[in-house]
Design a protein around this ligand. Sequence first.
Ligand SMILES: O=P(O)(O)OC[C@H]1O[C@H](OP(=O)(O)OP(=O)(O)O)[C@H](O)[C@@H]1O
Ligand SMILES: O=C(O)c1cc(=O)[nH]c(=O)[nH]1
Length: 178
Amino acid sequence: MSDHANLLDEIKKKGVVHGRVVLSSGREADWYVDLRRITLDGAAAPLVGRVMLDLTEDLGYDAVGGLTLGADPVAVAMLHAAAARGRRLDAFVVRKAGKAHGLQRRIEGPDVAGRRVLAVEDTSTTGGSVLTAVEALREAGAEIVGVATIVDRGAAAKIEEAGFTYRTAYTLTDLGLG
Ligand SMILES: O=P(O)(O)OC[C@H]1O[C@H](OP(=O)(O)OP(=O)(O)O)[C@H](O)[C@@H]1O
Ligand SMILES: O=C(O)c1cc(=O)[nH]c(=O)[nH]1
């Protein structure tokens, strides 16, 4: 089976949780896609790196990251998958709020100013989190080549309306939830 098919199996097996939940936006839902159980899973995380690289390879970027925490292991998986392919890819972490001590950086990691970057998320429902990351990246002087998620939970229109190229590895229909 392909990496894409294997990762879909892993998400269905380990990531989908049924039950009443409150989402990041404050909305309520009857199921949750817990992608941390995928991006931090020793078998699934390497698939995440390769699938997300394959999905976005044509966009031409040399740094990847997004709003902590969901985006962090996605970006790190991509960094390692790229290294395994002989390609240099840096990662960064966008803090939810600026830090008051130390170097007081909002975006941690190698500098993004003037670089072509990809903004990632594990999943996106309203697009609010990833668009917050994109705003911080723009303020820091990065050029955002696109936005990519593992699972789109309904944010595609909002992200595209904001003017970004948007890619997702899986839709809710792929997961049997659409
Ligand atoms: O598209 P949105 O409506 O913004 O929702 C999606 C966000 O929700 C989850 O993170 P969460 O806010 O739970 O925070 P965490 O990553 O710190 O756990 C997920 O990782 C996305 O970042
Ligand atoms: O909208 C969210 O907060 C959200 C939905 C979901 O399915 N998974 C997740 O991690 N966050």
